[in-house]
Unconditional design. Sequence first.
Length: 446
Amino acid sequence: MATEQQGGPKTAAKIAPATGKLGIMVVGLGAVATTFIAGVEAVRRGLAKPIGSLTQMGTIRLGKRTDNKSPLVRDFVPLARLDDIVFTGWDIFEDNVYESAAHAKVLEKDTLLQLKPYLEAIKPLPAVFDQYYVKRLHGTHVKKGKNKRDLADQVVADIRAFKKTVDRVVMIWCGSTEIFIEPSAVHQSIEAFEAGLENNDIGIAPSQIYAYAALSEGVPFANGAPNLTVDIPAMIELSKKNAAPICGKDFKTGQTFMKTVLAPAFKARLLGVSGWYSTNILGNRDGEVLDDPESFKTKEESKLGVLDYILQPDLYPDLYKDIFHKVRINYYPPRGDNKEGWDNIDIFGWLGYPMQIKVDFLCRDSILAAPIALDLVLFLDLARRTPELRSIGIQEWLSFYLKSPQTAPGLYPEHDLFIQSMKLKNTLRHIMGEDLITHLGLEYYD
Ligand SMILES: NC(=O)c1ccc[n+]([C@@H]2O[C@H](COP(=O)([O-])OP(=O)(O)OC[C@H]3O[C@@H](n4cnc5c(N)ncnc54)[C@H](O)[C@@H]3O)[C@@H](O)[C@H]2O)c1
């Protein structure tokens, strides 16, 4: 009888244990990063719960539904413990993490005061920055170098110095959204990229200098912004060569998170969509950066891709061929980090009769992003310790967290949140030698 599970490889190769300290190098100590760092410390001290984090609060079902076996994810796979995490980072401003968190105004003063000595001690290293790539920022705490290769070497030196104090390192970009860059010749191979570093090729953005340094040092790299960064052949090659896992880009937090929940539901029920208008107001520094058309273009590309892939207009022309999809982001300072995202969705049903859905998500951007940052670094560290995953480059199973999942060349990305969730959990089952869960379940009716 066909079962709800599928042949698990009971001989999974051994995953190295998560012993010792895990160093997390955060690029950009702004709203998301400081909410992430302060949040981890608050949880460690028992002041709050890690809500929104699958690695900390999620469970995973193993075996049959009748087995009643659903351990916590963190008890099932060998993840680094929060107590073993050590943070450092870079920023273009000299503010320490306490000052930057106070400036971001995401967390309440009382919470920050309780954590003040810890947060104050995390001071940014000077950043690799060039205003050409983020027009709205004027960096003052910036590395100087004779060319981009020299800057990459300085980041490598930062990584090596940090490595002396911890056992393993992961890097995560929580920096600003850079201008839109199309892949070009310089991105096509490691050799071309390295020549570009020497020649100061304009196609190499600061985020790529950090990523190059990380991957060269065997350090996994996650990208919270929609920047091109590792989405190029040179970085995929480097990631595989040095067993330094990468994943997609741009934290999937507010509006796109909702979109990748709703759109699959419409498709599953064969409801048509004629229009989807999404607009946002937000007033944090991210909003200010995105007010620049060139940075907005990068974000827009990341946000727009989602619907086409989920709705598959080629397969369902009657339902989705003529969809009008628009995304706007408006900088509105009074709201700070508390973004409001509106969606107006024009759908149609039986015999083509129109209906409308309105979503008004009054969210908190960094509160949604922080647990994603945590899960990504913990899972990338796990991938680096897992023989089957460490040298494959792109970790598609982490698409769950990202607006722009990265895939093998020629493969379309899965954007549907529930497919992504199943893929993630089945990957965990797989690497632990457990049966995969298919949800078939005919065996219960034998
Ligand atoms: N919060 C969310 O829901 C969310 C969702 C998806 C993506 N993002 C992305 O995450 C990133 C961070 O968001 P945020 O709200 O924390 O923004 P932020 O402006 O508060 O923080 C970004 C920080 O990066 C620093 N920075 C910029 N360029 C740098 C460089 N080259 N090196 C080092 N530091 C640099 C800035 O000085 C700033 O402190 C943005 O790109 C944003 O688009 C956020």
